[in-house]
Design a protein around this ligand. Structure first.
Ligand code: SAH
Ligand code: SF4
Ligand code: F3S
Length: 473
């Protein structure tokens, strides 16, 4: 048993991370353990977790399991968890209740918990003491060891917890079963060293470590060969890519090299304003296959709160960067993340956030009420706001966000825009996809267009989506 440790999770030493290429192996007696059995994965959290679940799926299929979307039919159930806010916690414990119920009726179901919550000391303590029926727990640093952890649990017939609070290494050659045939997630860096005072990620994902450019480029080249049209380069701070490699190669260089692979569409998330440099902006504006879409988290419009958050930019610097991106990248859409009710946020501070939203008129934004995370510096700061005040601020902010999202979408009416049609939409006879600027479009089209980038005329506009029809050449 290895348990997470908050103190160790905080450590950052000078030790270089290793690139490990041959550590994934399924023990012989686990190779067929999933024959005629089904797996179900519930994924919470960010794209990084979605991509981890693609790795876990491939590992399960290497053990003979097949996928099901029906929880009741599953022989093994995995919860890939997120720790970013308290409600992510609540959702996962709620779902765990359903799994317990199933396990009571069918005892040989295996239940596992992985992802960011598994890296949290208090969560694992509670699983160990109160959820003894959970079979395995593993963390973000050792998901490729999952077959071995499962074996331990089955051999000993007891709960197996294997979580490491370490800075972390880079594991290459972990198999992946991608959810889409057209667009793919590609990790370019893992972990985070920014330590924003509210955020749990640096403790759950280890230190910032960039994958080698050649490994990333080869992965993208392979995707092109296999017919993929879009890649999203993933990292908590993609703009800081390469800084830890000491090879004088940064995000701008990587974007240029990925662009040269000829893939149709390149996206990247998330951009911390801190490391966004002119070279990047220049390259994005010049390369046609780098999409004109930037997610640029603001978090707050008050310099006092930004300082308390440890974001290392001011509202003025943010707006300057925002304007530079808008002016240099034609047709760009910019979205953001905002936290309200951070400890110490006065009505004035909150109004400054609204001011920045009024200035930037974001295409869209994710907004959150601040949620204290155990072990982070902000969790110790005093917050005197009532629940009602917090909710009012969120409501007010959302009204403004919605107004500008709608205005941004209105500009698309009657325009012809490129859309990658990626799946059948919920309203069955439509397909859905995204514009280059990341607008969701429902398109009247037959399934033969799936996986194609087509020109679409926008016929109707809503706040969160567009409707359109294919324009035949
Ligand atoms: N690496 C990204 C953010 C990843 S987390 C960045 O730095 O921009 C996604 C978003 O969740 C953050 O941008 C922030 O707005 C929100 N978030 C993170 N921790 C939070 C907390 N403790 N309470 C509320 N929202 C939080
Ligand atoms: Fe969290 Fe800040 Fe790192 Fe983003 S940059 S993951 S908000 S610590
Ligand atoms: Fe959540 Fe972990 Fe992502 S905390 S947001 S799943 S990095």
């Amino acid at each position: 048993m290895n348990l997470p440790n908050l103190h160790e999770a905080k450590l950052r030493t000078k030790k270089e991370s290793k690139i490990i290429k041959d550590d994934y192996k399924i023990p012989n007696d686990m190779k067929n353990i999933g024959k005629n059995k089904k797996y179900y994965i519930k994924t919470y959290g960010c794209q990084m977790n979605v991509h981890d679940s693609e790795n876990i799926s491939a590992i399960l299929e290497d053990m003979g399991y097949t996928k099901t979307d029906d929880l009741n039919k599953a022989d093994i159930i995995l919860l890939n968890t997120c720790a970013i806010r308290e409600n992510a916690h609540n959702k996962m414990f709620g779902f765990l209740g359903r799994v317990k119920h199933l396990k009571e009726s069918k005892n040989d179901i295996i239940c596992g918990i992985c992802g960011c919550m598994a890296q949290e000391e208090n969560v694992v303590e509670s699983i160990k003491n109160k959820y003894k029926w959970v079979d395995i727990v593993f963390g973000t640093h050792n998901l490729h060891k999952f077959p071995n952890i499962l074996k331990e649990s089955l051999d000993k017939n007891e709960q197996e917890i294997d979580v490491f609070s370490i800075e972390g290494d880079i594991y290459e050659n972990i198999p992946v079963k991608r959810d889409s045939k057209y667009k793919a997630w590609v990790n370019i860096m893992l972990g985070c060293d920014k330590f924003c005072t509210y955020c749990i990620v640096p403790y759950t994902r280890g230190k910032q470590r960039s994958r080698m450019p050649v490994d990333i480029i080869n992965e993208v080249k392979d995707l092109v060969k296999n017919g993929y049209k879009e890649v999203t380069l993933l990292g908590q701070n993609v703009n800081a890519y390469g800084k830890d490699l000491n090879i004088n190669y940064t995000m701008g260089d990587l974007l240029l090299d990925v662009s040269k692979t000829g893939i149709d569409r390149i996206r990247f998330v998330t951009s911390h304003p801190w490391d966004f440099n002119d070279k990047m902006i220049d390259i994005i504006s010049k390369c046609d296959n780098i999409m004109p879409y930037i997610h640029l988290p603001l978090q707050s419009g008050s310099n006092k709160i930004l300082k308390l958050m440890g974001r290392r930019y001011t509202k003025e610097k943010y707006i300057e960067l925002f304007n530079k991106i808008k002016n240099k990248i034609p047709n760009v859409s910019i979205t953001t993340d905002i936290i309200v009710a951070f400890p110490g946020e006065t009505e004035e501070d909150f109004n400054e956030t609204l001011d920045v939203v009024n200035t930037c008129k974001f295409d869209s934004a994710f907004s959150f009420i601040y949620s204290p995370r155990e072990g982070t510096p902000a969790a110790k700061m005093k917050n005197s706001l009532t629940e009602e005040e917090k909710n009012n601020r969120l409501y007010k902010l959302n009204e403004l966000i919605n107004k500008f999202a709608n205005e941004a979408n209105q500009k698309y009416k009657d325009k012809i825009v490129p859309v990658l049609l990626e799946s059948v939409s919920e309203k069955k006879d439509n397909l859905m996809g995204y514009t280059d600027t990341m607008k969701l479009v429902n398109v009247k089209a037959s399934e033969k267009y799936l996986g194609e980038i087509v020109n679409v005329k926008i016929t109707d506009v809503k706040t969160w989506s567009l409707d359109g029809e294919i324009v035949e050449e």
